[in-house]
Design a protein around this ligand. Structure first.
Ligand code: GLN
Length: 288
């Protein structure tokens, strides 16, 4: 029997886990550990090592505040303000999407296409946290990248992330709407995870997404394809001959995006599935 009235750190995280489970959070145990770790500033092993220590009373209110946000449906990444992507840590703010694991396939494709190119130039349209372009820069030492976003707040975050990852010298964050932020520059690889949800469908999204992700990062216009129309029409003017394009898509958009790219004269168009088996990425090459 536990004699002490002060709960241990282990008891506190398990208590929070049970509260989250009761409201139907599927990742209750993980989320409870992450929130307790962030309040106590502990890493994974630190939490395990201090399971039996008393939970510091001075931190109770902090934890309660974070727990209330999670119980109200806010994603744990947004509460903590960080998300891991491609093995790197990315800071978030209100103007950026939480990086998603399925988006890592765009990085895989870029790495495969760019490894053989000397000093490749990369363009990330709608860069948000910068997670795509910065993961590429982190893995290709000679690469440099431009991240464009309409939101200056998102660009500040992307710049901070570049700095924190030691990539600031090879990354440029530029404000603007799609290609309008560019001169006549050309790139070896253009990548984008654009907003691709049809406006009318946004209501049906998971509450954690609908309520807490920035609308501008989700809404792709009436049919969700507006950004792909702009990209298909203009990307070739900004790719070197034979340059590569990779676009994240919604599960039912592969056919339409394929058509837009083939009408625009792209070659080698391919649709790739994510680990859940959904169409998730369209890739293509500019003519040589
Ligand atoms: N490129 C960022 C990401 O993949 C932002 C995407 C977006 O805001 N639609 O997370």
């Amino acid at each position: 029997m536990m004699g002490s009235s002060v709960p241990s750190i282990g008891q506190v995280w398990r208590g929070l886990r049970d509260q989250l489970t009761a409201v139907g959070v599927p990742t209750a145990a993980l989320d409870a550990r992450l929130l307790v770790r962030s309040v106590l500033d502990l890493d994974t092993t630190g939490l395990v090592a201090s399971e039996m220590d008393p939970f510091p009373g001075s931190k109770t209110r902090d934890l309660q505040a974070l727990a209330a946000r999670r119980l109200a449906g806010e994603p744990v990444a947004r509460i903590r303000g960080v998300q891991e992507f491609y093995g790197l840590e990315f800071g978030l703010n209100a103007a950026t999407l939480i990086p998603r694991p399925e988006t890592e396939m765009l990085v895989d494709f870029g790495l495969a296409r760019l490894r053989a190119r000397p000093a490749p130039a990369i363009l990330d349209l709608g860069t948000g946290t910068g997670c795509i372009v910065l993961s590429l820069l982190a893995n290709i030492a000679s690469a440099r990248g431009v991240g464009i976003d309409i939101s200056t707040e998102a660009l500040e975050q992307a710049r901070d992330n570049a700095g924190a990852l030691g990539l600031g010298a090879r990354f440029e964050a530029r404000q603007g709407s799609w290609f309008s932020a560019l001169g006549d520059e050309r790139f070896d690889f253009i990548v984008s995870n654009p907003p691709y949800i049809a406006s009318a469908t946004i209501e049906t999204l998971d509450p954690g997404v609908k309520t807490f992700d920035p609308m501008a990062a989700l809404d792709g216009g009436a049919d969700g394809l507006d950004p792909y129309r702009i990209i298909a029409a203009q990307a070739r003017d900004h790719l070197v001959p034979g340059g590569a394009l990779a676009l994240e898509i919604g599960f039912d958009q592969g056919h339409m995006v394929n058509e837009l790219l083939s009408s625009a004269g792209f070659c080698d168009i391919a649709i790739a599935r994510d680990l859940a088996g959904h169409d998730r990425m369209v890739t293509a090459s500019a003519p040589k």
